[in-house]
Design a protein. Structure first.
Length: 277
């Protein structure tokens, strides 16, 4: 069967996703910031023997570009989208995968439907450890106004980046990465809307771990050895409470982790809590 694409209309905006028929298990996959479901293509192919993969465009991304909630997306609203999706596709059980920003949507899916999720695969996931800068930037008030100015006025960011370099507040590669996300008006709008309108997708790791443990959801977390955005300490709030998990280290920085994960899925590593790949 050929890969197919679909659109769900629950609110005044759509949610686009694709389905690649494959194995008997179902996997829901969520890409990272600035990407689209097309970035999951190689990963879909690697998993096809075992999974039928549903890859989603996050709001404001891919076919959803410019489309999404005008107000911050709540976890209750995301649960409504998922229920509509499950009913439409007649899905009763699934695995869930999230890369980077997509990790928030993967965790929100687990929290909304823990009884349906059998497996959680997280690749350098956002949403586990609270980020002070993210919290300040997205909190309503003067800090959010400052964040908006920084995003939509690159000259302001340029001045701040000079200070960051001077006082060694951030790694130079991180600063260059941030600059690359603000190169165009489209990227600026995507960053601002994604940060502000996804800010309510936050989680209590004690409760999340309890859901994973109680429902016996096997958890695998993929980390890049050269990833400057996320380290093992950033997932400790979750894994320190889990009974059934595995960490897989990949020889990669943040940008190429999806490619490395796809290569990893071509072969299965032996069981164990920490392995090298």
């Amino acid at each position: 069967m050929n890969k197919r694409t679909h659109s769900l209309f629950l609110k005044s905006y759509p949610l686009h996703y694709s389905c690649r028929p494959g194995g008997s298990k179902v996997l829901l996959a969520f890409h990272g910031f600035g990407q689209s479901k097309s970035h999951l293509e190689e990963l879909e192919q690697s998993l096809a023997a075992d999974y039928t993969v549903y890859s989603f465009d996050l709001f404001y991304h891919g076919e959803n570009a410019g489309q999404g909630p005008e107000n911050p997306l709540t976890k209750e609203e995301w649960a409504q989208w998922l229920q509509f999706f499950f009913d439409t596709e007649r899905i009763h059980a699934c695995s869930v995968l999230g890369f980077s920003l997509g990790g928030r949507f993967a965790l929100a899916t687990v929290e909304a439907f823990p009884e349906r999720v059998k497996e959680l695969l997280l690749i350098a996931p956002d949403g586990i450890k609270p980020n002070l800068w993210y919290t300040l930037a997205t909190r309503p008030g003067w800090t959010q106004s400052l964040f908006r100015k920084v995003v939509y006025h690159p000259s302001t960011f340029g001045k701040l980046s000079v200070l960051a370099r001077t006082f060694r507040l951030a790694h130079p590669k991180l600063i260059r990465f941030a600059q690359s996300q603000l190169e165009t008006a489209e990227k600026q709008d995507l960053l601002y809307r994604s940060w502000v309108n996804f800010r309510l997708l936050t989680f209590n790791m004690e409760k999340m771990a309890a859901l994973l443990n109680q429902n016996r959801i096997r958890t695998e977390i993929f980390l890049g050895r050269h990833d400057l955005l996320l380290k093992e300490k950033d997932v400790e709030p979750l894994i320190s409470r889990l009974k059934n998990y595995r960490i897989i280290y990949l020889e990669s920085g943040h940008t190429h982790l999806l490619d490395r994960a796809a290569a990893y899925f071509q072969w299965q590593a032996p069981s164990g809590k920490r392995i090298d790949a």
